[in-house]
Ligand binder design. Structure first.
Ligand SMILES: Cc1ncc(COP(=O)(O)O)c(C=O)c1O
Length: 412
């Protein structure tokens, strides 16, 4: 049976009873087969977990979240966190003051999940495609605010036709390319204004504003370079909003955001909202480009030392590509690829990973006695969003205790 509405512990039960009962029995069955209930989890130590396991350090997570909230308040912009990093209702609830505050998602499945969890203002930050309009229309009807992105004339026309045929009016943000060149219209081109005109004149689209993502901030090496990208991101958007205003078109929303630029932007005057996501966890990449210190990374992968190979000066761990992802990290800064940082041991290099194997070496001879077979290590991933996506549960930890278990949503 397909479960349409996930049961979220602690949330009022308004799902259909059959789905609820099936889930209840699934949970009981799981608990007998090794999954632990909340009480059992709360009395566990990290050392008792089966590895590899995804750990979320709650105090660090809360600090990262609080700092970004403070930054947004100080700079007078709304924070609309991108929840694709973690895909959990629990973390999203920590990120926003109330459910009407607004979040960003990267898939329609995420949008449905967070809608069911009670979030009421969602931006789907990937350009809509015609085959997703049924779902987008459904979300438009269910949510107080649901925004889609357009950057193509052909898409705008498909949305217009769909809206007319199905009596829906979509809230549309124009996706703008501020220099990353991944998606979005060139704001200097005549086509960008033409597209806004097309959206504006439709009875089935409401032009809600403009949105960009400065993903090229990930090519930076330090704070100074990120600040320059943040200025560009702001300036391009504010100038475009001014150009639209000259044509008599108002921009309710001017939305920007990546974690590096949100951390280092000197100011956001003219911008209405920022959408960082990765900041909740941070990771090795963010530390390498200067968004955070390595010690602030809130997500790690717990792994076990499986073997010693002194002849090669190597250790084997049970975390490979399916526990870490194969993101090569900030190779524009150091081209000697490592697949994460071994927490507390900067001399150790996780230099090779295959599906389940991870190999660590070091320039100096490894002190194998310090890492007995069976001992545990924590790896700070290169890209926490990709790493988190590989796990079906997160162990929430404080010091050496496991205090909770969170289930992220999965699927497309
Ligand atoms: C459209 C969009 N907005 C916001 C973000 C969040 O940026 P970051 O991952 O740097 O926090 C992303 C990330 O890819 C994105 O694609």
């Amino acid at each position: 049976m397909e479960l349409k509405k996930p049961w979220i512990p602690g949330q009022a039960r308004n799902d259909d009873t059959q789905a609820f009962v099936v889930l209840y029995w699934q949970r009981r069955h799981e608990s007998r087969n090794g999954n632990r209930n909340r009480k059992e989890i709360a009395s566990m130590k990290i050392a008792e977990l089966k590895t590899p396991a995804f750990l979320v350090d709650l105090p660090k997570l809360k600090t990262n979240i609080r700092r970004m909230q403070e930054r947004a308040v100080k700079q007078g912009v709304r924070l609309r966190p991108h929840v694709k990093t973690h895909k959990t209702a629990e973390i999203a609830r920590l990120q926003v003051s109330d459910k009407a505050s607004g979040i960003t998602v990267s898939t329609l499945a995420e949008a449905h999940f967070f809608q069911k969890a009670g979030f009421d203002d969602i931006t789907y930050a990937f350009p809509i495609t015609p085959n997703k309009l049924d779902e987008a229309a459904d979300l438009t009807r269910r949510l107080a605010h649901f925004h889609i992105l357009i950057d193509q004339l052909a898409t705008a026309r498909a949305v217009e036709t769909y809206g007319r045929d199905n009596h829906v009016c979509f809230s549309v943000l124009l996706k703008v390319d501020c220099g990353y060149h991944r998606a979005g219209v060139d704001p200097a081109s005549p086509e960008s204004i033409q597209l806004v005109d097309e959206i504006q004149s439709s009875r089935h689209m409401r032009f809600s504003g403009i949105l960009t993502h400065a993903g090229h901030s990930y090519r930076c090496r330090n704070r100074k370079e990120v600040m320059a990208v943040a200025r560009q991101e702001r300036d391009v958007m504010v100038a475009f909003a001014a150009r639209l205003k000259q044509s008599g078109i108002g921009c309710e929303t001017v939305s920007v955001g990546s974690t590096p630029t949100a951390v280092h932007a000197p100011g956001w005057r003219g911008v209405t909202e920022i959408r960082p996501g990765n900041y909740a966890f941070f990771d090795k990449f963010q530390a390498d480009i200067g968004s955070c210190r390595l010690g602030e990374a809130a997500a790690t992968v717990l792994t076990t030392v499986a073997a010693h190979y002194p002849q090669h000066n190597q250790l084997l761990i049970d975390a490979g590509a399916l526990a870490l992802s194969k993101d090569p990290g900030a190779v524009h800064i150091d081209d000697r690829v490592v697949y994460g940082a071994v927490r507390g041991h900067p001399g150790l290099r996780l230099f090779s990973i295959s599906q389940e194997h991870g190999l660590i070496n070091s320039e100096a001879p490894i002190a194998f006695n310090d890492f007995p077979v069976g001992s545990l290590m924590q790896i700070i991933p290169n890209h926490s969003c990709l790493t988190a996506a590989l796990f079906d549960r997160y162990h929430v930890v404080e010091e050496n205790r496991v205090i909770n278990e969170w289930r992220p949503m999965r699927g497309w």
